[in-house]
Design a protein around this ligand. Sequence first.
Ligand code: NAD
Length: 499
Amino acid sequence: MSEQQEQFALPIATDSVDNYVGGEWVTPSGGESQPVVDPATNEELTTVPFSTEDAVDEAVRTADEAFKSWRQTPVTKRIQPLFDLKTELEDRIDEIAVALSHEHGKTVEEARGEVRRGIENVEVACGMPNMFREGSGNVEDVAPEMDEYAVRQPLGVFTAITPFNFPAMIPLWFLPYAVATGNTFVLKPSEKVPLSSQLIFEAVDAAGFPDGVVNLVNGGADTVNTLLEHPDVAGVSFVGSSPIAKHVYETAAQNGKRVQAQGGAKNYAVVTENAEVEASVPNIIGSVYGNAGQRCLANDVVVGVGDAYDPLREQLIEAAEDLTVGAGVDEETDVGPLITADSRNRVLDLIDNALDEGAELVLDGRDFDHPDAELDGHFLGPTLLEGVTTDMEIAQEEIFGPVLCLASADDLDEAIEMVNSTKYGNASSLYTESGSEARQYKYEVDAGNIGINVGVCAPMGFFHFGGRKESFFGDLHAQGEDAVNFYTEKTIQIERWYS
Ligand code: NAD
């Protein structure tokens, strides 16, 4: 084993991942299971059990029981285990990042960054005493000797159902806020990447939450549907593809639950004649090909406006050609594998359809074959198409792979029309040095997140995060003040005293 292989060996050895319920690790029994595969090598890392209805019921009841005393615990005390969770996670950053890189395929550096972004949410939630106070409403003298005020109260058991592409960060968009506001919590991570959650829950275990406040159930669609219908689940946070987000939103709402469901995306970047093209290109390349394009904020269509097109095209090709494809645990790697063979085939179909519809291949990563025979995973080399127009499937559907689509527009008005042509509204970026172009873009583009001269990354924990149109189903988004409102109900209290 080389020094690097040793440094980045899988830090967790287990035949099967466990659930974490009531402060104990539990091996779920009776259900089906599925292998968890390293997407770079096709090597089986572990198996993931699909928790049965009984196992889900046990976790939810345990969380519901714990809610009785957790809701009575003052907010200043509830945040204490979060301070410890921050430290426990920080002590494990490298370990989590390496496990994440093995099960997901992203580079260890990207994985480290992801864990840090997750920890940031724990830090923000540590300020819950102040966040809790804001917006609660102060005592009001509403009539002679009569006061009226609003008091925030938690609601019960919340669940979060998360996708494969950020297995450390996305659970932490929810867990810290749910418990700091006085609720109890059940996480159902993606069955494709369950190892990161095992390590995060080792940190949870060490952080000293009372038993039952934070729980973990592994599983797939049936596990999710049991949670959505469980009478003791008060609310659901979901992140994943739009069709499943819509299903979760509808099913949870029909079952009387609070729900926020973040879906898929189609993010355009626009580069105008007023842009600093040379300075912008590395940033655009990072947004398109980072995480092998498997990001809900990835810009996968880049529109060059007028004379900006030719220099942009030339520099993007040059930069994309320079990217190194390989395993995430190889420090030379820029672009890791796709998560599954099915995901890779889906992207290949999108490319083939684009070619049938008239796009042209400038860089073709379809036949990429890694020289290291052990790396026979789901790789796709950086691919670049040009001549992409908005009537093509590839210009409308999320790609979720290392593919850049180049398109052109005569002016900014036309480019904005292209950006708004999709059913999604997660993010979009404009590259320009013109303030008036930037202002027009910010007001006319229908997306929840706008970047000016920067590809959008997940907002800091004290801001809300969510898209528009079919990128989001619900009202209150994740993180920040929206999270406090999502996880609490304000009770109006009116009172007078006679003696
Ligand atoms: P996915 O929708 O396949 O899975 C997400 C979760 O839903 C998983 O936990 C999975 O077990 C569960 N699930 C899958 N099928 C189900 C079904 N039929 N019924 C009930 N539950 C089901 O998504 P994915 O492939 O893991 O993640 C990629 C998608 O997530 C992309 O579309 C990406 O844009 C999106 N995403 C969005 C955001 C955002 O903030 N908007 C962030 C990250 C990822």
